[in-house]
Write a protein that binds this ligand. Structure first.
Ligand code: CP
Length: 308
């Protein structure tokens, strides 16, 4: 069973294969209409369940379109409308869904829900985001970096702001793809030590630097994300803004990075909070390529999971 649960749980060679496959499939489509089928139809006759316990634009649409381009069908399910975790156990839901569908993608709150789903499903399960990690996003981000600048191995990535679930997967990716990462943010929002230990054990130089201007010096890529994640309480908003204001990615901060540094944000963004519009729409930014590459990267993930 090939589940795609996290970057640190997936073989590095397989991750590399998926990125290369995604780029090849993207190239093969050229500028075809979005709804047109791929030449290959590896998901023909396959049904994919897309379960969302949290809101989504990119993950929902890109998985749906990707499955259809490859000849499969999808059903999009909202956690609220299912018996997930309240009417019946996650394990029983996993066993039941496995009788109907060929693959389950789930976006949920607790990592435990994803893991229980994977443990009891008899079809592959993909992590579409939990409170702890977001591996599909970072596959798209690595693909995007390499499209623009070549291999990400040996590069310096700077994460500015909250050490959240997207940051966690970026740190896992550092270990798996061989790049270095500096986190700059307040101590209270540091990423979990476990993520850092994984990447360091794989030879990546993972640093924490409280001064954002110093952190960004020599950066090949600067990344940020929303200051208040979907699972953070609304009551935390003001405190987080106060803590994170000094870590905004603006033109002055980007000026410390390498001249050809890229800027990424997984979106959705709160413009002029975590990053200014001048940066988001400026020459360093590849944010909409990242969004597009969710589609291509996830198509490669789906194929890897299903072995097709
Ligand atoms: N980046 C991302 O996962 O976007 P959505 O929340 O819209 O799916």
């Amino acid at each position: 069973m090939k589940h795609f649960l996290d970057l640190h749980k997936t073989d590095a060679a397989d991750l590399r294969h998926m990125i290369d496959k995604a780029r090849a499939m993207k190239t093969a489509r050229h500028d075809r209409p979005k709804g047109s089928p791929d030449d290959d139809q590896p998901l023909a006759g396959r049904m994919v369940a897309l379960i969302f316990e949290k809101p989504s634009t990119r993950t929902r649409v890109s998985f749906d379109v990707g499955v259809r381009q490859m000849g499969g069908q999808t059903m999009v399910l909202s956690g609220k409308e299912m018996q997930l975790g309240h009417g019946e156990t996650i394990a029983d839901t996993a066993r039941v869904l496995s009788r109907y569908v060929d693959l389950i993608m789930i976006r949920t709150f607790e990592e435990a829900t994803l893991l229980e789903m994977a443990e009891h499903a008899t079809v592959p399960v993909i992590n579409g985001l939990t409170n702890r990690t977001h591996p599909c996003q970072i596959m798209a981000d690595v693909m995007t970096y390499e499209e623009h600048r070549g291999s990400i191995a040996g590069r310096k990535v700077v994460w500015a702001g909250d050490g959240n679930n997207v940051c966690a997967s970026f740190i896992h990716a550092a270990g798996q793809f061989g790049f270095d990462l500096t986190f700059t943010g307040p101590e209270t929002l540091d990423p979990e030590q476990k993520f850092i230990d994984f990447a360091r054990a794989r030879g990546s130089d993972i640093k924490i630097e409280r001064d954002p201007s110093r952190a960004v010096v020599g950066a090949d890529l600067v990344v940020t994300d929303t200051w208040v994640s979907m699972h953070d309480p609304e009551s935390a908003k003001e405190r987080r803004h106060n803590q994170l204001r000094g870590y905004q990615v603006n033109e002055a901060l980007m000026a410390h990075a390498k001249p050809d540094a890229l800027f990424m944000h997984c979106l959705p963004a709160h413009r002029n909070d975590e990053a200014t519009s001048a940066v988001m729409d400026g020459p360093h930014s590849v944010i909409f390529d990242e969004a597009e590459n969710r589609l291509h990267a996830q198509k490669a993930i789906l194929r890897w999971c299903l072995g097709v």
